[in-house]
Ligand binder design. Structure first.
Ligand SMILES: [Zn+2]
Length: 273
């Protein structure tokens, strides 16, 4: 059965009420549809919203994962934009990253009693962290077993080819660590590539029709749909969450299973044995 996994990056660090508004809407939707999802929390954001996260976790079938403590990148990006201009986004040093990952996990355990197993890297990278066994080791020691880090192509840009499908980091020596790449458009790319500027689609409902066609395409091939959305972008572009509701309902209509990251990990592990 093909699968849709849902992961929200919860990362507003401005001190505004964006995260709380998002959590309230997302809980309502996921509770109503009984649809599992993973909240990948930036540690700082989690510390600023402890009660709202606790409530969301009680109301809806959410699991909590890590999006690093202060959103430091695991790898440096050299993004080649459409006009050929290269932009650099700096990754953290190994020492910084050890501290980041541990600090984020400590927040999850201290505030919510969660031993973190799921990780979403800030920004995402070409080939995930296939080329960085040192980072795999760092995350493995921290207890991470399922991650989404492959979210960019060879230009360090989006999209990733649809046939880049989940895999275990076996050749790197970590056969119990699963990569879950994102191949579909993330919400932060909606406005740039397909969304509301330059007005290719007039509203979330129209854009949803495009996303449904992606869902159909992946389902026909028994490939994964990895839905990646953010607290910030959701509130900015689709505060009523028309798109996520439509995706979940459509996925179920065509016979896809909806899961969070740990559930998907367990399913993949079981099918491996
Ligand atoms: Zn992020």
């Amino acid at each position: 059965m093909s699968t849709m996994v849902i992961g929200y990056d919860v990362e507003d660090r401005t001190g505004s009420d964006i995260t709380r508004r998002f959590l309230s809407k997302a809980s309502e939707l996921h509770a109503e549809l009984q649809a599992p999802a993973t909240l990948f929390l930036v540690g700082i954001t989690a510390e600023n919203n402890v009660e709202a996260i606790q409530r969301a976790k009680e109301e809806a079938p959410f699991e909590l994962g890590s999006h690093n403590y202060s959103h430091i990148l695991l790898k440096t990006l050299c993004q080649v934009k459409g006009d050929g201009i290269v932009e650099i986004a700096q990754g953290g040093s190994l020492g910084q990253l050890v501290a980041e990952v541990d600090k984020a996990n400590t927040v999850l355990e201290r505030e919510f009693g969660v031993k973190c197993r799921a990780f979403c890297s800030p920004w995402g990278y070409y080939r995930g962290i296939s080329d960085r066994p040192d980072l795999l080791h760092l995350l493995h020691v921290a207890g991470i077993r399922v991650m989404r880090t492959w979210m960019r192509n060879a230009q360090d840009w989006i999209p990733v080819d649809y046939d880049v499908q989940p895999f275990f980091y076996e050749p790197q020596g970590f056969p119990d660590m699963l990569e879950v790449p994102v191949t579909v458009r993330h919400d932060c790319n909606w406005p740039v590539h397909y969304g509301f500027e330059p007005q290719e689609y007039a509203n979330p409902q129209e854009f949803l029709d495009y996303l449904r066609s992606e869902l159909d395409y992946l389902h026909e091939r028994d490939w994964l749909y990895n839905a990646a959305q953010h607290d910030t972008t959701t509130i900015e572009y689709d505060p009523d969450m028309v798109i996520m509701r439509g995706l979940i309902e459509h996925a179920r209509r065509i016979g896809m299973e909806v899961m969070n990251f740990t559930q998907y990990y367990d399913k993949m592990r079981a099918s491996k044995q």
